[in-house]
Design a protein around this ligand. Structure first.
Ligand code: TYD
Ligand code: MG
Length: 476
């Protein structure tokens, strides 16, 4: 009997190994390797890659067909974009959806992926047809939802899960936009493995990329991810697609945050905020989604800061809770900021002020579920922790910006003026900045009559060079 060949893929980073291992050699994640049949031994061998027609899944990259050329001889891309009809979504895509592009919309089940795509199918600017491929819901179910959110466009609904059938339907109808909900439900005959397995998802995605590129048809894929990472590995698909939009947060509240994780046709890091209501998702202002309007005033542990995301800055509230621990290993929990970064900030706080944090549990949250990686929020996290540990409220009206160094020095932040202008809130009167930003601010204030200086002149600026100085000023 022939030996069954299998490979193992990491659902976090897509690394392939020959045998199972507890820890992924690529990204170091534990328990993320899943078994997948080796494509080389599957039925796909019967069709060689070179003579595969455009509508098959039998290729890993559409670029295989291109001959090697000199850079100077490479053709010019003149890609056309189509507006989604929702301004916030257009920004995420870098100014509309590019023809022939392939996008992955990832998020936990129930967060609103089908809803936003159905809304987009309604407002998308095109004269052509829009195809909605659903492997999860029947046409009747889709109709019910579409009626609820007010979709009037006569969409083409294709309720199939076999890739070859879907490809034939696409070939017949040549839609102007195709939405696949979801990639985990699709399978190809060319390869063994159950729908949703890493090899199936990768093979079907490769086939869809080929269709998108050879027909200039934008395709949007839905990919479910779970809290632990992913079952069928949309993570492994991220490097294959052009654009990745991801829902952030747990989706339990009314607000949803959508972020561009990757974009070959625009900036990554762009954010859009939505509110889930009876009629689907409505775009909202970031302050509303991040609950800044309901922010507690004059209580210990709450600090306002600003994080740079994509082309703009977003104001965020950092909350910290520091309490006596009943464990031998005190807990360190974060939701929003990176756990290791917070550990570093706690160590700097301890070294500077001897707060006794080694006997205390520390919780640090970003309100609204936004993930932050911007080091300019370091000082705000440190001050929120100190405020909670000492039980003293910081000035609620202050915006805090600054990166912390290991010696407790406050390092400069980038695009400081943009952050202040984008984060100005009702009631915000003071801005605490690194000492090194003083020259930038004073230069703008000295200019006098610009719009920037008009906003800045209404604010009080205070500067600090290290954590101790910042504490003395803010808790005075
Ligand atoms: P859905 O788009 O089906 O999530 P996903 O495709 O990411 O799995 O959204 C599901 C949730 O959204 C569900 O819990 C119901 C809720 N919802 C509303 O509150 N209002 C609406 O108008 C719609 C369409 C959904
Ligand atoms: Mg869905």
């Amino acid at each position: 009997m022939a030996k069954k060949n299998t490979s193992f893929f990491c659902t976090e980073c897509g690394t392939e190994t020959l045998g199972w291992q507890g820890k992924c050699p690529g990204c170091g994640a534990w328990n993320t390797l899943v078994e997948a049949p080796d494509e080389k031994t599957s039925k796909s061998d019967k069709n060689s890659r070179s003579d595969a027609p455009a509508f098959t899944a039998n290729a890993f990259s559409w670029t295989d067909s291109e001959a090697t050329v000199r850079l100077s001889e490479a053709g010019k891309l003149d890609y056309k974009r189509h507006s989604t009809g929702i301004a916030q979504l257009d920004t995420l895509f870098g100014g509309g959806i590019t023809e022939g592009s392939i996008t992955l919309v990832a998020g936990e089940p129930g967060i609103g992926k089908s809803t936003i795509l159905l809304q987009m199918a309604e407002s998308y600017k095109t004269d052509g047809d829009i195809m909605y491929v659903s492997g999860e819901e029947s046409p009747a179910q889709i109709k019910m939802r579409a009626e609820r959110i007010g979709v009037t466009r006569d969409l083409l609904i294709c309720a199939h899960t076999r890739f070859e059938t879907i490809a034939d339907e696409m070939k017949k109808t040549m839609p102007a936009l195709c939405i696949i909900d979801s990639i985990q439900t699709l399978y190809s005959d060319k390869i063994t493995g159950t729908p949703g397995s890493v090899s199936q998802a990768r093979e079907v995605t490769a086939g869809l990329i080929r269709i998108a590129k050879s027909n200039n048809m934008p395709i949007i894929l839905v990919g479910h991810i779970t809290k632990e990472g992913s079952i069928a590995g949309p993570k492994t698909l991220e490097h294959m697609v052009d654009t990745v939009l991801s829902f952030e947060g747990d989706g339990t509240g009314a607000y949803r945050i959508l972020r561009t994780i990757k974009n070959r046709f625009g900036k990554s890091g762009e954010l859009a905020f939505f509110e889930m209501g009876d009629k689907g998702l409505t775009p909202v202002d970031s302050s509303k989604a991040l609950l800044l309007s309901g922010r507690p005033m004059n209580v210990p542990g709450s600090i306002l800061t600003s994080t740079l995301e994509g082309s703009g800055a977003v104001p965020v509230e950092i909350q910290a809770l520091v309490t006596d621990s009943c464990y031998s290993n005190p807990q360190r929990m974060t939701s929003g900021p990176d756990r290791n970064r917070v550990a570093m900030i706690l160590a700097v706080c301890e070294k500077t002020l001897s707060l006794g944090l080694y006997t205390k549990d520390c919780f640090v949250n970003v309100i609204g579920g936004l993930k932050i990686t911007d080091p300019a929020c370091d000082l705000a996290i440190a001050l929120a922790v100190i405020s909670s540990a000492e039980g003293i409220a910081a000035r609620s009206s202050a915006l805090i910006l600054g990166e912390l160094g290991l010696t407790g020095e406050i390092r400069p932040v980038t695009r400081v003026v943009k952050r202040i202008l984008d984060s100005a809130q009702p009631g915000m009167t003071t801005v605490l900045l690194p000492g090194s930003c003083k020259a930038t601010i004073e230069k703008i204030l000295a200019a006098g009559d610009t719009t920037d200086s008009k906003v800045l002149s209404g604010l009080e600026f205070i500067y600090a060079d290290n954590l101790r100085e910042a504490v003395d000023i803010l808790f005075a």
